[in-house]
Design a protein around this ligand. Structure first.
Ligand code: ATP
Ligand code: MG
Length: 372
């Protein structure tokens, strides 16, 4: 019997800086993927103008669902809830303090939509070299899992205004058993799906004696549910040394919101460039759409010059297709990335090439259309 093609609704939020450039490159490549007879689905793209420009114009990054926008309501967060996935560029601009823009847009999407697991693969792609000498493809293949809902980025804390000489500011890290259980179960199950079944649990439990000790305890409890996973513990400071000195000893890594934020930038740099690294903000319960984005920021120094590496967005798009269950399409997209980086050597300057964003995008599309 003839099955209708599934159509996935994708929200596209370009955001600031090079965000819109890499997202439009991603959409072009995804359109080529849908057109391939190998992939039996359609994507429907919905563009959002949520950005710092919008904030400077209207005072809001995300409109209220009650606002009447051109005769339509429910154009805020509610409109994201009915999408199948979100493709996000970046947020941040010199004219808005970073803590306003980050909370105004990115965290205001991830937190209410319960995307509690942030997943960041790092691996050296063929044709891309690592700044670590002697480390090549296969020596560095990590999956970093970041707790994405609480910890150091809980948003709790404040500043007392007792006069300038006595000012005190607190930044409260919150760790709840229920959130730790869900992130540890997620991390152990991800580790168990990978060939090496190896998980490193990162903390700072020697110095931070409440939350981090609970983190260690919950890890140990959850480990008994996954007898096939080998696991070890590392303090975050020693972890940075191990990532540089012995990258092949690591596989899956789970860390707090702050620690994993830092470790994954290090991981991205060690794997070649922050321009290629992808990330997924997942709601593993699938009650809400998940959000996929390159890990790099708005890179305002290279806006509009054709220098933005779109590979981070392509790789994030491949993760999105995989999450939607479109494994073949996801594989095709990853093959196209390998083809550009290695065989035809079409790369942007940040990874040693001399091609533009547009040239890399066109090379991807040529590969996809010639391999269907
Ligand atoms: P944000 O505040 O938005 O996080 P940032 O100032 O931290 O931005 P990033 O955008 O993360 O900076 O990147 C740091 C530098 O790396 C940029 O200034 C840019 O030169 C380079 N860079 C980042 N992303 C890319 C990319 N996709 N392609 C090429 N170079 C990039
Ligand atoms: Mg940054």
């Amino acid at each position: 019997p003839h099955q209708p093609k599934p159509t996935y609704k994708i929200a596209c939020i370009g955001g600031d800086g090079i965000g819109p450039e890499v997202i439009s490159a991603g959409v072009e490549v995804l359109r080529a993927i849908c057109a391939s007879p190998r992939c039996g689905f359609d994507l429907e793209f919905h563009e959002y103008d949520w950005s710092s420009d919008r904030y400077l114009r209207t005072g809001r990054y995300i409109p209220d669902d009650d606002d009447d926008l051109e005769g339509r309501k429910d154009q805020g967060l509610n409109s994201l809830k009915e999408k199948d996935a979100i493709l996000f560029g970046s947020v941040g601009t010199p004219s808005v303090p970073d803590h306003i823009s980050l909370w105004g847009l990115r965290l205001s999407i991830c937190q209410p939509l319960q995307m509690y697991a942030n997943v960041r693969p790092s691996k050296i792609l063929p044709g891309i070299s690592s700044p670590l000498s002697g480390v090549t493809v296969g020596d560095l293949d990590w999956l970093i899992i970041r707790e994405n809902s609480e910890g150091e980025y809980s948003g709790h804390g404040g500043r007392s205004h007792l006069g300038q000489d006595h000012e005190v500011a607190t930044e409260v890290s919150i760790f709840t058993r229920s959130s730790l259980l869900r992130i540890m179960r997620f991390a152990f199950s991800q580790a168990s799906l990978r060939p090496r079944k190896l998980l490193t649990v990162v903390t700072k439990s020697n110095a931070q004696r409440n939350g981090m000790v609970l983190w260690d305890q919950v890890a140990s409890e959850v480990s008994t549910e996954f007898p096939d996973v080998r696991w070890d513990r590392m303090l975050v400071d020693a972890m940075t040394v191990r990532m540089v000195r012995d990258p092949a000893s690591l596989d899956t890594i789970v860390a707090t919101n702050l620690h994993a934020d830092i470790l994954s930038d290090l991981a991205a740099a060690l794997s070649g460039s922050i321009g290629i690294a992808p990330t997924a903000n997942l709601d593993p319960t699938r009650r809400n759409p998940s959000m996929f984005e390159p890990i790099h920021g708005s890179a305002t120094d290279i806006v509009g010059k054709g220098l933005a590496n779109p590979v981070g967005t392509f790789w994030s798009s491949a993760m999105m297709l995989d999450w939607l269950g479109e494994t073949r399409a996801s594989q095709l997209l990853l093959q196209a990335i390998r083809h550009c980086c290695q065989e035809v050597n079409v790369k942007t300057p940040d990874v040693g090439g001399s091609s533009t964003t547009g040239q890399v995008t066109q090379a991807m599309i040529r590969y996809i259309t010639s391999n269907d």
